[in-house]
Design a protein around this ligand. Structure first.
Ligand code: NI
Length: 168
């Protein structure tokens, strides 16, 4: 088990597209395990490899909805429905919340650790988090997409963070 340090803006890894994973090697498996441990340690809801300065298309998501940790390996968006504005926050941009347009429902495909494509459907916060993490893999931060940014310390920010269950 290892806990990675999470990099913060303006670290260049956060705005650099991550490389596809050609094979799920023992190294990739170890990175996934460590991403899971790090996500639990920081009590976040999602973490992408570029946030720990690893240029691989890997992310983990666990939005506390009972569905557990989803591992994303080379994920691709297949379909999205019902765009709406909602709060985004990020471990790499502490203290900032942004009203960001995301699909309320998504269908994606991702590799499993066995290198098999599986389709997953998600809604609500899990769908929002998946889109946020997939943006990380393209080097895109919510702050460039958000309609409005505000400090997490403000009343609106605190309310948004409760929705996200994200400690600051
Ligand atoms: Ni983030």
């Amino acid at each position: 088990m290892a806990i990675y340090p999470v990099v913060q803006v303006p670290h260049p890894a956060l705005i650099t597209p991550a490389k596809p994973v050609p094979h799920v090697t023992p190294h990739v498996t170890r990175v996934l395990d460590n991403l899971r441990d790090t996500l639990a340690f920081v009590r976040g809801i999602g973490l992408a490899a570029p946030q720990v300065n690893i240029s691989k298309r890997l992310a983990v998501v666990d939005t506390g909805d009972g569905l557990g940790v989803w591992e994303l390996i080379n994920p691709e968006l297949l379909e999205g429905r019902d765009e709406r504005l909602g709060p985004d926050a990020c471990l790499s941009i502490p203290g900032v919340v942004g009203e960001t347009r995301r699909y309320e429902w998504v269908r994606i495909r991702t590799w499993t650790r066995d290198e098999e494509w599986v389709e997953l459907e998600a809604k609500g916060l899990r769908a929002r988090c998946i889109q946020h993490e997939m943006d990380h893999l393209d080097g895109i931060l919510f702050t460039v997409k958000a309609d409005r940014l505000y400090a997490a310390r403000t009343r609106a920010g605190a309310q948004a963070l409760r929705v996200l269950r994200m400690p600051q």
